[in-house]
Design a protein around this ligand. Structure first.
Ligand SMILES: [Zn+2]
Length: 517
């Protein structure tokens, strides 16, 4: 990670400031540097390195001095803020309110729900000493907040009239991970966690599915342009302490799966452990039903891997920090003035039209800037040169298809660019969906199943019938490294003679198997 773009960029900027295009040697050196920026991103065949290169060279994040944590840089954070805003709108539109709980949770709370503590204890960070003293009751740095929230809800809920409680918090959580990767798996990450309380099992189940579909699926598909498969997790993959866990699963550029968000029906497990009870309309005291659901900065990783290409990131316009980048082109000083005039007119018109636009006036060659903004995935590049200024037009180049370059009259830009952004948004979704479909297979028997996972270049999702047995699922994982991503809500009708693809016993569910992040 020593050779980071930022360093080579600074060097480049210095050497560039010194010389104008005086001789061929200099322009050759510059051309090399232009190519270098893209060459610096590893080939897609080396997907893990490609991912790291994109994250660091597009200035999304940096390494932190604490192992396993990450520093989110302004470009990555601006993306997260856009995502957060759109997700938050949906959370509120479905009737939820935001609140905030403390970072620390008494360790004893974690012990109250048996499955929960078993699931989280290995990755918990514990504070045993503070204020110069040993703590009597050690504190956990929250890995998730069901326990402390359950404790408080027990004090807030008394009657059926208090229900439902529909709350969400935006927070950081800590899970001490052994193997980490920026955005995908980090010891500290940002997320939202929703926690709700209901009167009946049905209400809790409806809430769990509402969040899965109307909030998560809708957000990820419409704003991030990533098609997902909503489904139920198998028993062994469900959240520690949940009755049922649902997830949305997306396919990444290497054919692996990424769990993009989860929604849990917690049943009465946490309500029982923390005493969330209410007096119902019939006068009886009853135990409540709770749910929890979360989506995190992992979605940034999902976006990078679902859309990125050999040249770097491709930002879906609806969440892109910069939607359009204007690159002014001029050689002589007398050209600069006319170009600058049109640049500021176009910039102002686009800003008024609600487009997040920037003009790049840095002392760099246009080609170098093109490469850099492509690496950063800006959806539309707007080139404005002396001839364009004279003709009152600009060139629009979509990130999704460089060959679709189009000349547009400057006065039509405020209309054309928003429309083009919508086209790019749609194109990204369609490309991701077409890729997923091309890498989704059905396996009639286990030989076929194994063969599908043996060829890494064709790696993808395999759909098959499964018996529902956790031991069978574990064996498949040991033999192929593929896990059951989920049991899709939308699945074919089960024939009477359907059998498990692995063990041949009668099938219970239609499952999606994949290697996963
Ligand atoms: Zn089986």
């Amino acid at each position: 990670m020593a050779d980071k773009t930022s360093a080579s960029q600074t060097e480049g900027a210095k050497s560039n400031a010194k010389n104008e295009t005086k001789n061929e040697a200099t322009s050759e050196a510059k051309a090399t540097r232009e190519e270098k920026l893209v060459q610096d991103v590893a080939d897609l065949d080396d997907y893990a390195r490609w991912y790291q290169d994109v994250v660091y060279k597009a200035d999304m994040a940096d390494l932190s001095p604490v192992r396993g944590c990450m520093v989110i840089r302004p470009y990555g954070y601006a993306l997260w803020e856009n995502m957060q805003r759109q997700l938050d709108d949906r959370i509120k539109a479905t009737g939820h309110e935001n609140l905030y709980f403390p970072l620390f949770i008494p360790y004893s709370f974690l012990m109250k729900e048996a499955e929960h503590v078993e699931g989280f204890a290995p990755e918990v960070a514990l504070v045993t000493r503070a204020g110069g003293e040993e703590l009597e009751d050690p504190l956990v740095v929250r890995p998730t907040s069901e326990t402390v929230i359950g404790y408080m809800y027990a004090q807030w809920v008394h009657s059926y009239r208090d229900l439902p409680l529909l709350y969400n918090q935006w927070a950081n959580v800590v899970r001490w991970e052994k193997r980490t990767r920026p955005f995908l798996r980090t010891s500290e990450f940002l997320w939202q966690e929703g926690h709700t309380v209901h009167r009946t099992e049905q209400e809790a189940e409806d809430e769990t599915l509402l969040i899965l579909n109307a909030v998560y699926q809708d957000f990820v598909e419409k704003e991030l342009a990533i098609p997902v498969i909503p489904g139920r997790k198998s028993e062994s993959e469900k959240f520690a302490g949940a009755l049922r866990t649902y997830s949305i699963e997306a396919m990444m550029g290497d054919g692996k799966a990424l769990q993009a968000a989860t929604s849990h029906n917690l049943g009465q497990n946490f309500a029982r452990s923390f005493g969330i009870e209410f007096q119902d309309a019939d006068g009886q005291v009853k135990t409540a039903w709770t749910t929890s659901w979360g989506a995190s900065t992992r979605l940034v990783g999902a976006l990078i891997m679902a859309h990125g290409d050999a040249n770097g990131l491709r930002m879906p316009p609806r969440v892109a920090p910069t939607q359009a980048i204007i690159v002014p082109i001029w050689r002589k000083d007398e050209e600069r003035e006319a170009v600058a005039k049109l640049v500021s007119e176009v910039e102002a018109a686009l800003r008024t039209a609600g487009v997040r636009v920037k003009a790049d006036w840095r002392e760099e060659r246009p080609g170098w800037k093109y490469n850099e903004w492509e690496l950063r995935g800006v959806p539309v590049r707007i080139e404005i040169g002396p001839r364009d200024a004279a003709n009152g037009q600009v060139m629009l180049v979509p990130r999704t298809d460089r060959s679709a370059k189009e000349a547009v009259a400057a006065r039509a830009v405020a209309e054309r660019v928003p429309a083009l952004l919508e086209e790019i948004q749609r194109a990204l979704y369609e490309q991701a969906l077409a890729f997923r479909l091309s890498r989704t297979y059905q396996a009639a028997d286990y030989d076929q199943f194994r063969a599908l996972f043996a060829d890494r270049s064709k790696q993808g999702f395999v759909e098959a019938w499964w018996c529902g047995d956790a031991a069978c699922e574990a064996q498949v994982k040991a033999e192929t490294q593929a896990t059951i991503r989920n049991l899709p809500l939308d699945h074919p009708e089960k024939p009477a003679d359907a059998i498990c693809v692995h063990c041949g016993r009668p099938a219970s569910d239609w499952a999606i198997f994949a290697r996963a992040y």
